[in-house]
Every structure is written in C-alpha cells, then in structure tokens.
Design a protein around this ligand. Sequence first.
Ligand code: ADP
Ligand code: MG
Length: 723
Amino acid sequence: MNGRAKAVAAINQRKPVETTLNYKDTYSIDRFGANVFSMTVMQKRLPKDIFKSLKKTVDNFTRLDSDIANVVANAMKDWAIEKGATHYAHVFFPLTGATAEKHDSFLVPDLSGNAIAEFSGKTLIQGEPDASSFPSGGLRATFEARGYTAWDVTSPAYIMENPNGATLCIPTAFLSWTGEALDKKTPILRSMQALNTQAQRILKLFGDNSNKMVSSTCGAEQEYFLVDKLLYGLRPDIMTTGRSLFGAPSPKGQEFEDHYFGAIPDRVIAYMFEVERELYELGIPVKTRHNEVAPGQFEIAPVFETSNLATDHQQLTMVTLKKIAKKYGMECLLHEKPFAGVNGSGKHVNYSFGNASQGNLLDPGDTPHENAQFLVFCAAVIRGVHKYSKLLRAVVATAGNDHRLGANEAPPAIISIFLGDQLADVFEQIKKGGAKSSKQAGILHVGVDALPPLPKDAGDRNRTSPFAFTGNRFEFRAVGADMSVSGPLVAMNTIFAESMDYMATELEKATKGDPAKLNDAVQKLLKKVIEDHGAVIFNGDGYSDEWHKEAEKRGLPNLKTTPEALPALIDQDVLDLFAKYNVLSNVELHSRYDIYIDQYILKMTLEAKTVIEMADTIIYPAALRYQNELATTFLKLKELGVPYDDSLLKEISALVKNLKDGVANLSKLMNGKETDHLKKAKACAAKLAPAMKAVRDAADKLEAIVSDDIWPLPTYQEMLFLK
Ligand code: ADP
Ligand code: MG
C-alpha cells in the first residue's frame, strides 16, 4: 500500500467524533464573552471615574488618558490571572494579512529570589516586538527595525486558552517609531473617524444633532474548505501554497448541487460546535453555519459589529477555524481557490454605517424624511464605488483571489453595483426629474413621497454582482476568503467619507442653513450624482459576455490580475484621497503598494517552485514506474508472441515528455533577471502562471491513466468527499 492508500484506509476506519464538548452542563450561549475583558467586566472592576474615562475613549475613539493606564492594567492583570493566564501578548496585524503576537510572562523576579506578577500601564499601552522581519515596504531601515505596538482601546483584551495555560491578549496597532502605520488596524481606526466626521455633516442637515458617533459596520461571511489531515499531509502543494497545484477533476464534482445547504457531516458539525464555543467565549457573535456550493466547502457568519471590532474578530475567526480543525483530524483551507474546477471561497463583506441615535443609516426607513436621508447616503455609496472602482478592485487583489475575480467565477473583476429593481427604479425616476415610470405610478418627490417597499429577501439577490444592495446594507462580494477585511473596509470608509464630504458641501451651499430648502436641494443633488455616476449600476448577469462588452462601453475598468489592479493604490487621486482624510499618508500607501506587489511575486514564485519539485520528485517517478510496468509486460508479451496494444505506453511516454519539457520551461522562467517589481509581477501573471498550468495539464492527464495503486497524490475525489 502506498501512503495515499494507507491514509484513505485510516480515514475510513476513523471513529465518528474524537472530542466531545460538555454542552449540557454549560450552555454555549452562557459562555458568550466569558474570556473577554469587556465593558461589563471593566465596569465591575474599575473605579467609577476611570471606567467613565475609558468608556468615553471607546465610544468616541478619543485618546486614552495615560494616567488611568496603570489602574486598568492592574485590573486586567488580576482578571487574567484568575482565568489562569501567566503571560500577556500584544496581538497585531502586519501587512502580510496574518495575525502576529509576542508573548511575555507577568513574572518579575525580586531581589530576594522570589517572583511577583507585574503588568504596568506602560506595558499595557505600548510594546516593542522585534518586528524586523515583518514587511514595511521601506518604511524602516533594518538598523532601526523595531516598530512598536500600541493598545487599541476600542477592541477589548481577551484570554486565549491552551490545555497548558492561558494568555492575556491585547489587540494593538503596529507602528514605526516615526509613527507610520505598519499594519492593517491603524487605518481602520483612522478611516472610521473620517467617515464619522463627514456623516455628521449630513446628519446635521437632516436635523440629527445628537453627535453620536457614526460607525461603519461589517458582517463577514467566511467560506472555507475542510480536508482530512492525512490527505493534506500528502499534498505538499496545499501545505505550502494553500491550494492544489495538481489534480484531475473528480468524476463527481459539484454539478449535482447536492452539497449546498445539505446535511452537514457529523465530524464537521462537531468541529463547528467547538469553533463556535470558542468564538462565543471570545465574544464573537457567530450565528450562521451551512454547507456551501462545493463539496467539502462550508460557511460561517457572525452577527455584524462595528468595523474595528469586526476586523479583529474576523481575524480571530480565521485563526480559530484553522486551529480547531486540526483537533478533529482536518485542515481548514481558507485559500480562494484550493481546487480547480470547483467553486472558490470568498468572504462576503456586508457593510453599512449607523449611529446610536438612528441605527442603520442605509435602512430606507418609514417616513419620507428618513427616505430622503437614506437616498443621500445611498447615493454617496454609488458615487464612491464609481469614482474609486479601481481602488475597490485593488484592495481585493491577491494571487489567490485572481482565481476568482479574473476567471470565470463569481464575481467578475468589473466593479459594479446591484441595486435591485425597486431602488434602481427610484434613482431612474430621480434622474428623469420625476418622470412617470413603469414600476411606480406617479412622481417621486424626495422628502415628500415614500419609497416603494424595498425587498430584504435573500431569494431576490443577484449573486453575480460584486457590490450588491441587500435591503439595508451593501455586500462586497469580491473579497477573498483568505484576506483580512481591513483593506476593503478602509477603502469603503474612506471613499464614502469623501462622497459624504462632497454631498454635504453641496447641500450646505444650496440650503444656506434653511431647512425648508433641503428637499429641493437633495432632489437636485441626487439627480446630478446619478447622472454622473449611474454607469456603475448594473442589475443583470455579471458573468455574461454581454456585460463585459457593455461595461467597456460604460468605461468601467476590468482589471483581471493583481499586477494590473494594484497600481491603482498609487494613482494620484487615490494618494490624495487617503492623505486628505488622514487615513494613509503618501508614504504609507506607497509602502503598502510595494509590499502587496512583493507578496504577489513571492506567492507566485513559491507556487512555481512547488510545481517543479512535485513534478520532479512525485509525479515523474510515479509515471516512470507505471511506464516501466507497461514496458516490462509488453516485452514479455512480445517474447511470448502474444499480440498487445502499446498505445497507452506511447501516450504515457508523450505525457512524461510534456511534463519534463514543462518543468524545464518553468525553471528557465524562474531564472529571469527582471528587477523592476511591477514588471516582474506582470511576468508572473503573463508567463509563470501559464507555464505552471502546462506542467499541471500533463500531470493531470497522467493522473487519469496511471494505475491507481501507483498514483501517490490524494485525488480530488478523496479530498473533497472523504469526511
Ligand atoms: P446571506 O448569505 O444571505 O448573504 P448571511 O445571513 O449569511 O446572509 O449573512 C449576512 C451578514 O450580513 C451577517 O453577518 C449579518 O450580520 C450582516 N449584516 C446584517 N445587517 C448588517 C449591517 N447593518 N451592517 C453590516 N452587516 C450586516
Ligand atoms: Mg451567507
């Protein structure tokens, strides 16, 4: 038996569920937030005035008074030690998209040879990880490599449990000593402030003077695959690059669509229960779980939270999905396209904004006044998406996501907005200046007439649109499964802040402080926005060829690969945008661009290296073995004078040659001398990718004819269906 056959046998003998949770004595929901140093815990443990000051910081994103840090640190330490913590960690989110942490123990030796537990305000607020190996895109010279981490008071500290101990985790921003952001968290906080500032101006025009912070909200639906660990262990490609670089299609794919919302296998559901239990304890409100379209694919979604929290929680969700899978003998794949020919994984980012006095501001509401305000915010979104569609494409550009956006899969690389029939019709009427329309009799006067009821029904949605209105929020569907939601949220917050700035300015000019003039001013402004930016609205089938042609006519960009998409990050209008709203300086944005281009090159190069190694050391030897078997048999048959058909041997020999030629070609391309990073990235897309594909084509054809007991790599069928 080869390793693959042994793995399959072991999986088939696996006991149903290896780990059990005590869910009867401890109801999962009772554990919600159990490991979080939450507002409630702080209120109990902190002196009143200190709690009040801290709460103000959290609610309004203001600066933390450093005098109170010591008191907070002490309370936090006592709480953590009661929970079994021995260490604390500053958790930060470098530009690799990963979650990073540096652990320190509370232990401090005293002079008499004993030790005490210590955790000062200073260590709470600021840490110094040796961060020289995190990418900075030239922001730090290596001799001054140390960045520092700063506590993000708006995201609560929490305990991470391990069978052998617990760690107090402190969410932090990661900055260079000169104050430049080196991470994914800092710009989220800055962009939320920008959005709030501009949204307040619009709210004031509509008479909301509450000054309650307007925060963007995010609910991210995470898709993922589960593969048995024993099979995963035999796939160097999936282990090192996250996706299969080889693999013939399985006879049964997803064509029966019998997996979607089907019964969840027992081992998987046991896993989901434990993931959810752990996320509940971390205060992450996970709510939805189901099978996804592809076999072996699943989804988890939380209840939405403010963007800053949602970003941290999404990151923790990914870490937890991966960690717990191992306990159940599985590996969780977050790659956007682990299996060719099978649906990829996205992360639908549901997005809105709201405040404590009015709730969700993208909810149409019941009165004409509320509707008018809704239409202004909605138009701000339409304008932003149109004006900065290249930016929105750039923030979802990664090597992995190219397999979805650039390929024939949902959603396309063209950024457009789906509004739904009713809302599209409303804007159509506004554009025509209130002409009669087919959908709704009569004339719509903004602020006077009510909107038609907009459906909030999931059945009515257009699944092919990258950016869809779903009744009371927008859903950005182009985000990849493996990405941090930070980039997309930062981009949305900032472009909508800019749009709101524009709209508020226009309305302020037109009304000159006279509320009676508002309705007219809104009607005129909406008309203008829809005339200028309505081209981005598309309600049809985003996959169709007609749309690609139509989009081109409308001047909507169609940037298929990461190297085509990323340069938008340093377009002058984007540099100006981020600088104007103090979200990212030109230097910070340039460093991000450099890092993302480099990451793309690294990823593509890693894939190419893995293709070469697997072709040479796994696939070629297997093919030779079978070739030898056939050749030996045929020789014997020849000796015996028995007729035989050697076409298979010829076919294999030809494919082996293709495989070898393909590898030689790929190796040659790897030795390119190009030093310009963008050119190099473009060559990866234009040359390296097809060269990898050529090797794969030969290998996959071999897989289809080489004897099954010789083929060493777990097949698509085994990886997708064995649970
Ligand atoms: P579907 O798969 O039908 O799109 P799900 O129920 O799986 O819907 O996910 C919807 C997501 O949208 C959830 O995470 C939900 O909390 C989130 N959501 C709902 N309202 C808002 C809002 N106002 N802002 C951001 N996200 C929201
Ligand atoms: Mg969903």
